[in-house]
Design a protein around this ligand. Structure first.
Ligand code: FAD
Length: 504
């Protein structure tokens, strides 16, 4: 029984993030935990057994998705946390989520957008904070110990790609008793958990700790290996699709959506213009390898930085550039500013498409005095300076009007052209799907969006014994969706190998 007066008694209160002036001086996580247990318990108590917990439904609402895609048993573990039954809460949390320490840090929390309190409306239960409190406590109290499957099936499975979908899939299949090897082309495991999301949002020790646990449970990790390299981007050691298929009973492709959307405008070939993930990955690798002593990263120090793309990847570039000592940071967004409160066409329990200020914008605002974002603007061309390096970006304002087919389209505002000074430009305009060579190597078709063709729910491609999951199948998405896909693919691979499955 949940606390009957929960949210009526307690307001939503979260621990303060570390102060901006302090946190931009380092690469440590900016989130803080509550000091006193009582504070966490009162936040969990706000969840009041609402009857129909939209938070854990992940429901399809006229085509839209709302709530938690992995159906976390949120009201149950909130209640257990409120009662101080932390071990029981941990067990409940682990039933549906392989990696709560990742989602508890980086998930935008669709569960909170769907929280029933939103119907009143009142501030949502602090579900994400409660999640990270439960799992971090579990690690601190050494509850997270290797757990071996009771028996082995002797079936061999290859998971290609070690992002959250590949890791979740490997974890599930290992627990089902299969011999799982994860092949990763990068030098470290984790996919975008390691080489996308910056350290200040998700400390890489948190990722490595989980990978070590999985290794202790029997999952094999092979890094620095490009699978399907016969057609893919030749890098390091290669393993052909044929070789992999011959050695394993099933293969799961979880290689992410790695082709960045480019901006083919005049001056694109100038120096100092990079894709966001290349910039973020190099920064994290240099941090982990040498605490930046090797200088093997793209530096924003002393430069005017222009980031093209107003999404989360762009935000991570803002946070990284301010820590590197950028002179100024500007983030361009072609869409208009979202409203401060839900628009009439965006009711609860849908994800609220409202104006949000994330950590990077908060930091840039504190350091430079203004929000770095400019809305309804697009880059027209890049200007070159000395030694073929970018020196500016010519931008124009846009207005969104309906085209001849009635679709919204951006139209240039006459006379709005101006030049922004730029010594470093980062393109954060999203991704176009997996690499074609990899799909061809495995004989996997692409769907109409260029992703690996495999139906949601079965995750099987048309190639026998080859499955696809995560951003590679779904398109660029979220860590929590990658975990959902990895778990789903594991269930179907287990069924394929054994004829039936007990995996959830
Ligand atoms: P990925 O994480 O992309 O992993 C794919 C892995 O496959 C990579 O390690 C790659 O090296 C490997 N690989 C590819 N090809 C081969 C090959 N041929 N052989 C061997 N290995 C290969 N989501 C959130 O929920 N919260 C966030 O805060 C957040 N921040 C983000 C920040 C950035 C900068 C980006 C780009 C994305 C962010 N996302 C965030 C989205 C989230 O990271 C992805 O949706 C998620 O990581 C997808 O998981 P995945 O396992 O499908 O693929």
């Amino acid at each position: 029984m949940a606390k009957p007066t929960g949210f009526m008694e307690y307001e939503r209160v979260l621990p303060q993030d570390r102060p901006v002036a302090q946190r931009v001086e380092d690469w440590k996580e900016f989130h803080s935990a509550f000091g006193a247990e009582e504070e966490s318990r009162s936040q969990a108590a706000r969840c009041m057994d609402c009857g129909t917990p939209f938070c854990h439904s992940g429901l399809l609402y006229e085509g839209a998705v709302s709530g938690c895609p992995i159906h976390n048993l949120i009201p149950e573990w909130n209640d257990l946390a409120y009662r101080g039954l932390w071990l029981e809460a941990l067990a409940r949390l682990r039933l549906t989520n392989n990696f709560p320490e990742f989602t508890g840090r980086v998930c935008p929390a669709p569960c909170e957008g769907a929280c029933t309190l939103g119907s009143i409306p009142k501030p949502a239960v602090a579900i994400k904070h409660n999640e990270v409190t439960i799992i971090d406590r579990g690690w601190e109290e050494k509850r997270m110990q290797p757990s071996m499957p009771a028996s082995r099936t002797l079936k061999r499975v290859a998971v290609v790609g070690s992002g959250p979908s590949g890791l979740a899939c490997a974890d599930q299949l290992n627990q089902a008793g299969h011999e799982v090897t994860v092949y990763e082309r990068a030098d470290r495991v984790g996919g975008l958990l390691t080489y996308g999301i910056p350290n200040m949002k998700l400390d890489k020790k948190i990722v490595a700790r989980r990978v070590d646990l999985m290794a202790a449970e029997g999952v094999r990790f092979v890094t620095g290996v490009e699978v399907g390299g016969e057609n893919g981007r030749a890098k390091g050691t290669k393993v052909s699709a044929k070789e992999l298929l011959a050695k394993h009973d099933a293969v799961i492709l979880a290689c992410g959506s790695t082709r960045p959307r480019d901006l083919a405008i005049e001056g694109r070939d100038l120096g100092g213009i990079h894709f966001a993930v290349d910039y973020l990955a190099a920064n994290t690798k240099s941090l982990l390898d040498s605490d930046h002593a090797d200088g093997a990263f793209i530096s924003a120090e002393g430069r005017d930085v222009v980031i093209i793309g107003g999404g989360d990847t762009g935000t991570d570039c803002v946070g990284t550039a301010v820590r590197q000592g950028a002179k100024s940071v500007t983030q361009l967004e072609i869409m208009g500013r979202s409203p401060d409160t839900r628009a009439p066409g965006n009711p609860w329990p849908e994800w609220p498409r409202t104006f949000k200020t994330d950590y990077g914008q908060e930091e840039a605002t504190a350091l430079f005095g203004t929000d770095p974002r400019i809305f309804q603007v697009t880059a027209e061309r890049f200007l070159g300076g000395a030694e073929g390096r970018v020196s500016g970006v010519v931008v124009v304002d846009v207005e969104w009007k309906r085209d001849a087919k009635g679709r919204p389209a951006p139209q240039e505002v006459p006379g709005s052209e101006r030049t922004l000074s730029a010594g470093l430009v980062l393109i954060a305009m999203g991704f176009l799907g997996p690499e074609r060579g990899l799909l061809e190597a495995f004989g996997v078709e692409a769907d109409e969006r260029g992703n690996a063709k495999a139906a949601y729910g079965s995750f099987a491609t048309a190639a026998p014994g080859v499955f696809a999951a995560g951003d590679m199948r779904r398109g660029q998405s979220l860590v929590v969706w990658a975990i959902a896909e990895g778990r789903g693919a594991a269930r179907e691979v287990d069924r394929y190998l054994m004829g039936s499955t007990r995996l959830p």
